[in-house]
Write a protein that binds this ligand. Structure first.
Ligand code: OGA
Ligand code: NI
Length: 358
């Protein structure tokens, strides 16, 4: 493993402890360049727009027969890279429970949470920074990151023991997320003209990876100067985001505009990650998104990441490489790929762009 990733470049300060100190100014490290601030370019452009809403209930009779849903998801992936799903089949009791246990976790005393402090080597545990570059700008959020699949890398020693139900509920939530992602993978396979299992097999079949990041964005005294999470695209395959439906914060890039997502109660937000962009030779693009924070309310979100098997080289599938659209990306394993974000932190779409080395 890369020696750079042994430890953080400077002591990690939980954003929650800054927020709870009563400070009225945020430390300089959190102040973004003017162009990156929530009030920067594009911030007032996309007010009337919203990401598509897709009813997955129509898939109940099987994916293959549902051309309308396949079309809707395919259009959403091309136009937005993001959509909300309703009637998604995920048990709402489990959804409520997983939000409940993680809200409770972030309320634990700081010394309890710090016992699970993470390192950049695997990122598992409680953390407050992405990337190991010294003196880089920091985001106004804390998180808890954990691995769910493959089973051999799931390490319960790094999971909270309090609240007591956290493990069981998080695992159950994870299983339901895997099912949902597999449905979406089938739809995407069909929409690209392949058989239903095609993309999952490209991801390594039964050996796919899954991990989760619970994001906690404390109240911020100067929200107009910072971001909860800087602009980035997700490095993996698919992301399912369970967002606080009372407190908006997620913004998705649409052309030059930043469009705020208003979560529908009970819905889940799905987006395509860089690995789908690579496999599909950019038929579907992973889209940049960011999080804004606010002065009045904290916000919690749970991002579930469905990823390819980590040591499998991934490249555009041959059928999508043509004379008009040559192979855009070179092959790389997901292990190699995610080293980039682990070092540099969220940095727009520079990572997938860097694969354009043909
Ligand atoms: C992420 C992410 C958005 C949010 O965790 O990758 O984009 O609303 N989260 O927390
Ligand atoms: Ni993201």
């Amino acid at each position: 493993m890369d020696s750079l990733l042994h430890d953080w470049p400077e002591p990690v300060v939980a954003v929650q402890s800054i927020a709870e100190s009563g400070a009225t100014l945020i430390p300089n490290k959190y102040v973004k360049l003017a162009a990156d601030r929530p009030t920067g370019p594009g911030s007032s452009a996309g007010r009337e727009l919203s990401i598509p809403i897709i009813d997955l209930g129509k898939l109940a009779g099987g994916v293959i027969d549902c051309r309308a849903v396949i079309r809707a998801i395919s259009d959403a992936c091309r136009d937005w890279g993001f959509f909300q799903v309703v009637n998604h089949g995920v048990d709402m009791e489990v959804v409520k429970a997983v939000l409940g246990v993680w809200r409770e976790f972030f309320k634990l005393p700081m010394e309890e949470k710090k016992k699970l402090a993470n390192s950049p080597r695997t990122y598992e545990g409680y953390g407050s920074r992405l990337g190991v570059e010294k003196d880089s700008s920091l985001d106004w959020g804390d998180y808890f990151y954990l691995h769910l699949l493959p089973h051999c890398i799931k390490n319960f020693d790094k999971w909270p023991t309090v609240p007591g139900a956290c493990r069981e509920i998080t695992e159950e939530y994870g299983r339901q997320m895997v099912n949902l992602c597999e449905t979406v993978m089938k739809v995407l396979s069909m929409s690209l003209g392949f058989n239903v299992e095609f993309l999952k097999e490209k991801f390594g079949g039964e050996e796919i990876g899954a991990c989760m990041r619970v994001n906690y964005y404390p109240k911020c005294p100067q929200p107009e100067l910072t971001l909860g999470l800087s602009a980035h695209s997700d490095p993996g395959g698919l992301t399912v985001l369970l967002a606080d439906d009372q407190v908006p914060g997620l913004q998705v890039r649409k052309g030059n505009a930043w469009v705020t997502v208003n979560p529908i109660p009970g819905a889940l937000i799905i987006n395509v990650g860089d690995q789908i962009q690579v496999l599909s030779n950019a038929t579907y693009k992973s889209v940049e998104h960011r999080v804004v924070v606010n002065e009045a309310e904290e916000r919690l979100s749970i991002a579930f990441f469905y990823n390819p098997k980590s040591d499998l080289p991934l490249e555009p599938v041959k059928e999508l490489v043509t004379q008009e659209r040559p192979q855009l990306y070179r092959a790389m394993t997901f292990n190699e790929y995610r080293l980039y974000i682990r070092k540099k932190g969220p940095s727009g779409k520079t990572q997938v762009e860097s694969l354009k080395a043909m």
